[in-house]
Design a protein around this ligand. Structure first.
Ligand SMILES: [Zn+2]
Length: 466
């Protein structure tokens, strides 16, 4: 079957196609850079990475835009408390975001754009919304009048027919059940940063930045817009309301939302002590790819309960995958080709593809991989897996890893290069040959302390990183 996604707008699973040629025009709400991102945010970004990779597998190219929210209430408050400029303050967390996402092996979108570099575009769009009769001014700030947009609520499927006209809100995030006229342009307050525009000195609200940057780079209608489910209302609802009156066209064709992540069954919060960034988990000794595996193992529309046991299980799964690959690459198999294994590999590939085509069912795809590992490991034990079956098995693993990306171990900082390890392994072999067991044991334990395991097998010595 064809590639299909659940669309929040229609509440249905729909076959995916692009509007123009085979380029997917995709927008992602990026981080608000007032802190290091937590694993709940990273779950959403990891889903987007899997989505990118699978779209490419299906023959599409990507034009993917992500914004960096670098002006916003919390940022202004924190920067002032630290006596820093906005730029100084946000630079630290913008770089931190790129470091964390690189550690998780998330591809960088084709364009990453900052809100503060698009203030004039936002002011111009607000002016156009005013020309359309969608706004009003109060105390120097400009508000969006949601009663001017009759289909407000169509994304979150809320009925806002009872809204109080004129009730408005200045903050960017507000009560989920409560539709309010929201701020597009905030008049300057004492001590706050401001930009001089035809709207008067002030700064943009959060919602306007995404509509403006999305349409500037991707055109009036996007193929895909993604984000965390908590952004559906009000943020994404507001994005639609800001875009569609100007174009008369649908703003987005497929809305994809990633579900919440909880920790030990509870909402993650600093006060509960269950709040984690990637940095916290790496400091506890977990490899970034272990975190990646856990985040991508649960399909994005299911709630993910993050636990330390889950992380340990993820590490074990990665270990099994790496051991299998090592076995395929280094065991000696009898020559020939077993057609049954060829057919089994074809089946596994089809099951893997079908699972990902089905709204990115990552759990199903992993299931297909592990069943294949079990069956072919048994075939190897029974001498039925032949040398001619190696290339297809490795190709299947490559296919898996081009999406999940966990087979390559992250080099430990201050660790040994492969060449260093090879040299030490050779020295250990020589020591054993000359019956210097003290030296050979010493090298083995030194390597083990650096996370490198040596295995003596029938085919000789091989080593791997833990
Ligand atoms: Zn956004």
């Amino acid at each position: 079957m064809a590639l299909r996604f659940y669309n929040t707008l229609t509440q249905q699973v729909e076959t995916f196609s692009t509007l123009h040629d085979n380029v997917v025009r995709m927008y992602t709400c990026g981080p608000t850079v007032y802190n290091y991102v937590h694993i709940g945010n990273l779950r959403t970004f990891t889903f987007q990475d899997v989505l990118r990779r699978w779209l490419r597998h299906r023959g599409y190219t990507l034009d993917h835009v992500m914004n960096i929210t670098d002006v916003e209430d919390k940022i202004i408050r924190n920067a002032a408390a630290q006596h820093k400029s906005l730029a100084e303050y946000t630079e630290v967390y913008t770089q931190g975001f790129f470091e964390d996402t690189a550690q998780l092996r998330l591809e960088r979108p084709e364009r990453v754009v900052k809100a503060t570099e698009h203030i004039d575009d936002m002011a111009a769009t607000i002016q156009k919304l005013t020309d359309q009769g969608c706004t009003y001014v109060s105390d120097g700030s400009v508000y969006y009048r949601i009663s001017s947009f009759p289909t407000y609520g169509k994304l979150s499927h809320n009925d806002f027919s009872g809204i109080r006209a004129g009730a408005r809100v200045d903050v960017d995030e507000y009560d989920k059940a409560d539709a309010r006229d929201f701020v597009l342009w905030k008049a300057q307050k004492d001590g706050e940063p401001a930009w001089d525009t035809p709207l008067g000195p002030g700064r943009p609200g959060w919602h306007i930045e995404c509509s403006v940057m999305a349409m500037k780079y991707l055109g009036e209608t996007l193929d895909i817009h993604t984000g965390g489910v908590d952004l559906t209302f009000p943020h994404h609802e507001n994005e639609i309301a800001q875009a569609e009156p100007l174009t008369g066209k649908p703003f987005v064709r497929y809305w994809l939302h990633a579900e919440h992540l909880s920790v030990d069954g509870q909402k993650m919060s600093k006060s509960l002590g269950n709040f984690y960034t990637l940095r916290d988990l790496v400091a506890k000794g977990y490899a970034p790819e272990t975190v990646r595996y856990l985040l991508e193992s649960v399909p994005y529309r299911k709630k993910l309960n993050f636990t330390m046991d889950g992380l340990k299980a993820a590490a074990t799964s990665i270990e099994r995958l790496r051991n299998y690959k090592l076995r395929v690459e280094t065991d000696k198999f009898a020559s020939g080709l077993n057609e049954k294994i060829t057919e089994r590999t074809r089946q596994a590939t089809a099951a893997f593809d079908e699972a990902l085509d089905d709204d990115l069912n990552t759990a199903g795809a992993l299931g297909a991989v592990f069943e294949y590992l079990r069956d072919t490991n048994s075939a190897m034990d029974a001498g039925e897996f032949l040398a001619g079956n190696i290339p297809a098995a490795l190709e299947f693993l490559d296919r898996f890893d081009s999406v999940f990306d966990v087979l390559r171990p992250t080099a430990k900082t201050g660790g040994l290069s492969d060449a260093d390890v090879d040299a030490l392994v050779a020295e250990r072999n020589a020591a054993k040959k000359s019956r210097d067991f003290k030296r050979s044991d010493q090298i083995r334990s030194d390597l083990a302390s650096k996370g490198i395991l040596i295995e003596d097998t029938k085919e000789g010595v091989r080593w791997k990183r833990q």
